[in-house]
Structure formats: structure tokens, C-alpha cells
Design a binder for this molecule. Sequence first.
Ligand code: SF4
Length: 400
Amino acid sequence: MMLIKPVNFVLHRSEIRDLAEKIAAGIRLDEADALHLFKTRDLNALGLLADIANRRRNGLKASYLLNRYLNYSNYCILSCQFCAFSRKKRDADGFELTLEQMVEKARAALSLGITELHIVGGLHPSLPFSHYTGFLRALQALDSRLQLKCFTAIEILHLAWLAKKTVRDTLLELREAGLASLTGGGAEIFQPSVRKVIARGKENAEEYLAVHRSWHQLGGRSTCTMLFGHLESLGDRVDHLRQLRCLQDETHGFTGFIPLPYQPENNSIPVKMPPTGADLLRTIAVARLYLDNFPHLTAYWVGMGLRMAQIALSYGADDIHGTIIEEHIFHMAGARSPQLQSEKDLVKAIREAGRIPVQRNTFYEPLRVWAESESMAIAGTASGGDAAPSRALETNLATA
Ligand code: SF4
């Protein structure tokens, strides 16, 4: 009830007033509505609606997780045009971690309290299927509580090809070795003609969705993404969200949606204007309103910076992702964010945004809800944010 007066005041004059009434009545938005929201110039009214939708679902809680990224290799048999990460064997800056290196990095991160390893790589030209089940087993053996969130849909198709098994049987074997969740990467944009220009050779939308459907049908959970702000139209974004919402209606297997702003450097796609701050917030807000069957929406600080992710918590997001520790994919594409965030800086960002910080696990389940006095104490300490990630973590672990 506290919200009603200011809501009505802002929305009364807004060009999206009719949709506000639809949302208030609990009527599901259709694709024309989503497009209308993408086109509105009234960002504040849009954000207000998304914030109300988020609060209805998640209250004032906003989450983060303690995780570490682990890229086992950047060698890839494909050459997606937008990708600044992949290398060929002839390239001097290609890399491939040994099992011992992966275990060592994981062990160091575990000593700092991480609960998740997020593992992706390129489609390696020669590693056998047993290499992947081998590293899953070795990493899981470090700590049975460690959650292994691994592989994009295209990696799963590659692994199924290596294993000479169906996707379903491949997923079962990976799960038996320790796979806890699929990652959401690789969705890019589903629209075929744009996908062909930015990621020729990659799986199509049906294949991406089929991998996630199979995983969900096995009882698994995953996240999903959308790469935006390159060559796609706003209609293409709506179509992408539509396909994700349809699968979620069918399986309810997505735990969260993570919009990824396009990074313009070190690739061959002619994008003059990467996503602006307003576009980031608009996309998050529209996603929150249209994806009404998604429990969570993550503002990915690596792609947008922690300060913008913090603001996104008032535009429909309820999560700002994790500590990450060592990120290659966005940084090789020109991201200016730091390599990692300390838990202190994540908690501080959430608290200063007026939300209750919650440490979560891979499945967005709460592990720790910060008491107000604890998080206020952190928020009162010297400024961190994008400019000053934890020196201790940086010294110990930033090995990129
Ligand atoms: S996006 Fe993935 S599949 Fe495409 S080139 Fe890069 S690493 Fe390979």
C-alpha cells in the first residue's frame, strides 16, 4: 500500500500507463506490449513497473554468490564473429589448463569460501570426452558441496558428438560425474539472420533450447542469456524473450535470466554504438515484466560494471552475480570492469541500493541473509566498487 500513491503519480502521466493497468490487473504481457515497453522513452516509469514486479516476487532481497570462473581452454573449432575469446592452435595466446592447474585454482578458491565453479571453454579440437568427465570428477572430489555449473549448449552438443551419444545420455553421464547446472551462455540472439552474421556455425535457437529442455526434463536446472546491443532489432529481442518464456512455461527449469550487453572490441562486427546505460536498464526492466515465469533476473556486473548493476536492482534485477575471480571472455572483448569483486563490495553495493544482501548458491537458493547491522557496517566502510576490488583476492587469485 505504501507504493500506491507515488506509483500512480509517476504512471498517470506516462505513455505506458495502459500497460501499467494491464500489469496491475495481472494480465500477461504479449509481444506487442514488450515491444512497446522497449520503445518507451519513459525509463523511470518502466523501471518503476519492473521494480514493483520484482518486489512482488523477491521482496527487498537481492543476491550474490561466491564463485570462481574457470576457462579450461580457449581453443575452439568455431569462429563466431562476435567472439574475442577463441583461439586456434597456431595462435600464440591460446591456452589450455592441465587437470592439475584446474584443481589448484579450484582449491585456492575453495579456501576463500566459494560455493560454485563456473566452467566453460571453446569447442576444443582434440580433447576426448573422458577429459571432461575426468575434470568434473576431480573437482567434485575436492568438496562434495561444491556446485559445478558448466558448459554452454553448444559445448554440450560438442561433447555429445565426442561421446557418440544422445544429448540426453551425455547429460546423464556428465551429471553422474558432477555436473550440477548448465550455464546459460551461447544463446546470443535467436533471430536466424542476425545469428548467422554474429555466430555463423553455432547451434540454432531450436538446438539451444533442445539442450536446455533435455536437461530440464532430467530434473536439471539452468540459466539462460541474451546477447544484446549489436545488430539485432528490438523486435529480435522480443522474439528471443518469447522463445525463452515458452520453454519456461513448458519445463520451469530456468532459475534465472541474464541479459548480456555486447562488448564491441576485438571482433569483426561493425557495431558503432554498444549498449548505453539506458539500454541496459530498459532491457532488464522489459525482461522482468515480460518473463513473468522467471524467478530471478541477474544484472551481470562484468558486462555492465558494478555501479550499473547496482542501479539495475531498482529496475527489475534481484541479483548481481558473483565474485568471479578470473574472467576472460568479456575482458578479451574489451570489458573495463575488474577481474573480480570481493564479497564485501557486492554486499555494500546491494545494501547501498536499499536491498537486503543475500548470499545464494548456484540455484539462487539463500545461504545467508545479511542482518541489517552487519551489512550496514560494511556499507559504511571505505568505497570499493569498480575501482577497488579486494586487494587480498586480487593478490591471491587474479592469474589471468
Ligand atoms: S563463442 Fe564459443 S563457440 Fe563461438 S568461437 Fe567463441 S568459444 Fe567458440
